[in-house]
Design a protein around this ligand. Structure first.
Ligand code: NAD
Length: 361
């Protein structure tokens, strides 16, 4: 089996789907790896590193299994062979045309974001690995933009109080943002609609903000709030937010627009120089004033909406993602290293985004 590693072309994307360490592991198992020249450059892995790990340089799109970070374009799809496998963040909800093209081309396409969140799939959970990178970088971004210290400092010129940081949405990214802000010395507070995460918030040294609006999760995810619940949440958050120097928002509901947690009125109530880092920009943002992908200053508050923080931490984001893919790939190979797609496997069935029929088989 030949594994192809694509050089990402999406603007600003620095990650690579397979790192040289894992190339070495796969080639040691008798697999061949073909790497597009420059594929690892953004994550600081040279073509020579790939060659030394046992890869050949060439066209990855003709391989039996093609690994990517971002969704392919329709012209990329034309380069794939019928019966081949494609694995990556394929964004099936928004890339309908590309998914249709993949199905027509007889490609077995697996979207990592659709891997079921069951225990057996934890090591393959790319949403989690990349969310934890995003949470870490979000805390650093907040610290960087805030015109104050995060830690408490006692100096000859006076004592500085620690910054107060509020994180809304305490999933994988939110917990990592809380932990990172805490390590930098901030006073941290976390909130989520799922009351079951309160202990996790406390376990990273943060105070749990009890707003009295709760929606116990379904399968680990939040449900969308009713209009009344939403209004109560926004009202109470508007009061709460004004007391914080930095607010990091990470709230998502699968398949929905991101909930608005920080209203324009809440931003107006914040102290000048405060910062909002909104990680939900891709699905519309958690702050009413967020401009996805932009950094703006409104009512003297800096509002940042970075869309690809994992790419800014490309070395470790790629290491983790690459490990996720190697684990997922393990489910598709038989003992001899041949391709064997077990269509009954719960993980593969969940991740598969092209029809589960015989076309292209
Ligand atoms: P996510 O990115 O979908 O959402 C982030 C957070 O936003 C969630 O905690 C959610 O409850 C919260 N949220 C949604 N609407 C909100 C609102 N109106 N107000 C406040 N908060 C709101 O979530 P995620 O980080 O991908 O993970 C969700 C959960 O799944 C986590 O608890 C995680 O531990 C769990 N998980 C389990 C596994 C596994 O068992 N394999 C793997 C990964 C994650």
């Amino acid at each position: 089996v030949r594994i192809g590693v694509v050089a990402e072309t999406a603007p600003g994307e620095r990650r690579v789907a397979l790192v040289p360490t894992h190339v070495e592991q796969l080639t040691a198992r008798g697999l061949r790896v073909v790497c597009e020249p420059g594929a690892g450059a953004g994550a600081w892995h040279s073509d020579d590193d790939y060659r030394a790990a046992g890869a050949e340089l060439g066209d990855p799109w003709t391989a039996d299994v093609v690994l990517t970070v971002t969704p392919p374009s329709t012209s990329d799809v034309d380069r794939l062979s019928p019966g081949s496998v494609l694995i990556g963040f394929l964004a099936p909800a928004t890339h309908v045309e590309e998914i249709t093209a993949l199905r027509k081309a007889g490609v077995h396409a697996f979207a990592v974001e659709a891997v079921p969140r069951i225990s057996r799939a934890q090591s393959m959970d790319a949403l989690s690995s990349q969310a934890s990178v995003a949470g870490y970088r979000a805390a650093l971004l907040a610290a960087e933009r805030l015109p104050r210290f995060f830690p408490m400092l006692t100096t000859a010129a006076g004592t500085v109080a620690p910054a107060s940081v509020l994180v809304l949405g305490a999933g994988v990214a939110g917990l990592q943002a809380l932990a990172t802000a805490k390590r930098l010395g901030a006073r941290t507070t976390g909130y989520d609609v799922r009351p079951e995460v309160a202990d996790q918030v406390r376990s990273v040294g943060a105070t749990w903000l009890d707003l009295g609006v709760v929606a116990p999760g379904e399968g680990g995810y939040a449900r969308e709030l009713t209009a009344d619940e939403r209004a109560a949440q926004q009202r109470r958050l508007t009061e709460a937010v004004s007391g914080f120097d930095a607010v990091i928002t990470t709230a998502q509901v699968p398949g929905r627009r991101a909930p608005t947690l920080v209203t324009a009125e809440a931003v107006r109530g914040m102290r000048p120089g405060s910062v909002v880092v909104d990680l939900a920009g891709e699905t519309g943002g958690n702050c009413e004033l967020t401009v996805p992908g932009e950094e703006t200053v409104v009512h003297d508050v800096t509002i940042c909406s970075p869309l690809n923080l994992p790419s800014e931490c490309a070395v470790h984001a790629s290491d983790l993602y690459s490990r996720n893919l190697v684990e997922l790939l393990g489910l598709m190979l038989d003992d001899e290293g041949g391709l064997a797609l077990d269509t009954g496997d719960e993980i593969l069935a969940g991740a598969r985004v092209t029809a589960n029929d015989e076309e292209g088989d």
